[in-house]
Design a protein around this ligand. Structure first.
Ligand code: XIL
Length: 330
């Protein structure tokens, strides 16, 4: 029967997933599942500084080009993640970049990388995770090397460089922790909205908000009206919305696999049934497709030693309750 890409397309939406080059090249069953279920591919790691830039003056597009080629061969949309982030920076970064050369190094990176794929990208996460109210700054910007060396204009600079290098890509500001009815997530939503208002008012070419949506199975609940209001506020800035890294950590859910799968599916259902009501939401991307390949195996391993089960397909590429919940939500 229909795949997630077809269920999504029937509603004018894009469904896709993050993956890594080795997963596709080493596992034909996974590769064929990916092509069946997904309309878009985003490299999980291959377009980050650490992967692309082995030294200051050397760029290595080998693996990211293979993913771009896979997308092209299989008529998948290709999205870039991420031109500017404070994590996954190469080992030479700390000892090389300073307040005198940071601007030139940043602009060179964005121009080179976005230029390399110009015309091929559905969208780029231009800046990732720049808002962090816990850092106590009045503008809630996270204290990163980019902020320290360039000041709070670095976001505008980055988006303008990306827009010049690839005028066709949809330019996205991407962040996490905006999902739940908690003081922390509320502070984050408020700060992200404020940042986007400021950027839009100064003519920064940001065109969409990426909501990572790394969800948790467990007690914390959504507040549907609060979530709808936030999405509406974002849309009222003239921005599109993408759900960019959707998965459900089952670390604190019971060991029983059938119960766990149903609970995870319920979280997908609860969240997507709210966010997909917002017409400006254009894409849902899960951070991985199969439980065999999820970053949560390391990041959120279960204490009972059971394999984590956060994604729509199980480790043998079989469709789970989560798959049905996502299909139903479209
Ligand atoms: C993660 C990848 O999944 C891991 O393979 C890598 O080791 C670390 O980064 N938010 C993001 C993504 O924006 O880039 C992160 O991806 C997950 C959290």
């Amino acid at each position: 029967n229909a795949s997630l890409r077809e269920w999504a397309a029937a509603k004018g939406l894009i469904y896709g997933a993050a993956t890594q080059e080795y997963m596709l090249s080493s596992n034909p069953q996974f590769a064929s599942s990916f092509v069946r279920e997904c309309a878009m591919l985003v490299p999980e790691d291959e377009l980050k500084w650490k992967s692309l830039r082995p030294s200051l003056n050397r760029f290595d597009f080998t693996r990211s080009d293979r993913l771009a080629q896979f997308a092209k061969t299989h008529n998948l949309l290709f999205r870039g993640h991420t031109l500017l982030w404070h994590a996954r920076l190469p080992s030479w970064f700390k000892s090389t970049v300073n307040h005198r050369n940071a601007r030139q190094i940043m602009l060179e990176h964005i121009t080179k990388v976005a230029g390399h794929y110009a015309g091929q990208m559905h969208s780029w996460d231009v800046v990732n995770e720049a808002v962090f109210p816990e850092d106590g700054r009045s503008d809630s910007l996270r204290i990163t090397p980019w902020l320290r060396f360039l000041g709070s204009d670095y976001l505008d600079l980055a988006f303008r460089a990306a827009s010049t290098a690839d005028p066709q890509a949809l330019l996205v500001y991407n962040d996490y922790g905006m999902e739940y009815d908690t003081p922390k997530d509320e502070a984050k939503r408020t700060a992200v909205l404020k940042l986007l208002e400021r950027l839009r008012s100064q003519g920064t070419p940001v065109q969409a908000l990426g909501i990572q949506a790394h969800l948790w199975g467990g007690e914390t609940r959504f507040n549907p009206s609060q979530l709808r209001a936030f999405l509406k506020d974002i849309a009222s800035l003239g921005l599109k919305i993408l759900i960019t890294e959707l998965d459900v950590t089952d670390k604190h859910l019971p060991s029983d696999i059938h119960l766990r799968d149903r609970l995870v599916a319920g979280i997908y259902q609860d969240y997507l049934s709210v966010v997909l009501d917002e017409p400006e939401v254009i894409a849902v991307i899960t951070w991985g497709l199969s439980d065999r390949y999820t970053w949560l195996s390391q990041r959120q391993a279960r204490r009972d030693g059971e394999a984590v089960r956060p994604l729509p397909l199980d480790a043998n590429m079989r469709r789970k309750e989560a798959w049905k919940a996502i299909a139903r939500a479209f």
